[in-house]
Design a protein around this ligand. Structure first.
Ligand code: CDP
Length: 218
């Protein structure tokens, strides 16, 4: 972009189901545009982790709200947020409207300070309905399950491929059907299906979409 001030406030909203490639894409776009990246899944994961550590039940809405309000942004940097146990618990706490409300201002303030690439489930629909660029990143259920299985295997977490597929399908259903902040594609979002795209090709498609929205000088 030619105007540094406009660039400073550029918000690129990326939504999509589990393991669709949002994170990899968001990091690459952030690097390209010199913007911070906010992975909002980590906020819900950190709330869930805090509850599990305290022996609290993720479905306990009041305890989840308390955990969200007390969340220290430093907890988002914990190394133990991407485990199957936290995957499940994060999706449960994320269905609690009070948790979503408690995390909203952190997300807004983070991105409005300098602009950002923000990825999650309701970024283009609820958190930044006014974002100039919205991407919806998806892939077939089979490919997403395969990617997540590989990610876990690379980190030494052994799980059955079939179990990963079931877990992802359950979590997607939960994320799509909750009454508040469900995963839905914003009408104006550009859809990027990464089923047959490697990270490089997904990045090229996203860059083209961003440039089409904000001008080819980006
Ligand atoms: O990495 P993966 O795509 O599996 O999940 P994530 O983006 O880290 O999100 C973990 C869980 O947090 C999701 O299953 C959602 O339930 C919840 N989440 C949400 O509700 N809203 C967001 N903006 C981001 C995540």
């Amino acid at each position: 972009m030619s105007h540094p001030e406009a660039k400073a406030r550029l918000v690129i909203a990326i939504d999509g189901p589990a393991a669709a490639g949002k994170g990899t894409l968001a990091r690459r776009l952030a690097q390209h545009f010199g913007l911070p990246h906010l992975d909002t899944g980590l906020l819900y994961r950190a709330v869930a982790r805090r509850m599990l550590d305290r022996g609290e039940e993720p479905a306990d809405g009041r305890a989840a709200e308390r955990a969200a309000r007390l969340l220290d942004p430093a907890e988002v940097g914990r190394g133990d947020l991407r485990t199957p146990e936290v995957d499940r618990a994060a999706s449960i706490v994320a269905a609690e409207p009070a948790v979503r409300a408690a995390l909203r201002s952190f997300q807004r303030e983070f991105a409005l300070a300098r602009g950002a690439v923000v990825d999650g489930r309701d970024i283009g629909t609820v958190i930044f309905p006014d974002a100039p660029v919205k991407l919806f990143v998806t892939a077939s259920a089979a490919v997403r399950a395969e990617r997540r299985w590989r990610e876990l295997a690379d980190r030494g977490i052994a799980v059955e491929p079939a179990a990963v597929a079931v877990e992802i399908a359950e979590r997607d259903a939960q994320d799509r059907h909750r009454p508040v902040g469900p995963l839905i594609e914003a009408a104006e979002a550009v859809r990027i299906d990464t089923t047959d795209l490697d990270p490089e090709a997904a990045f090229a498609a996203a860059l083209e979409a961003v440039q089409a929205r904000i001008g080819a000088s980006a």
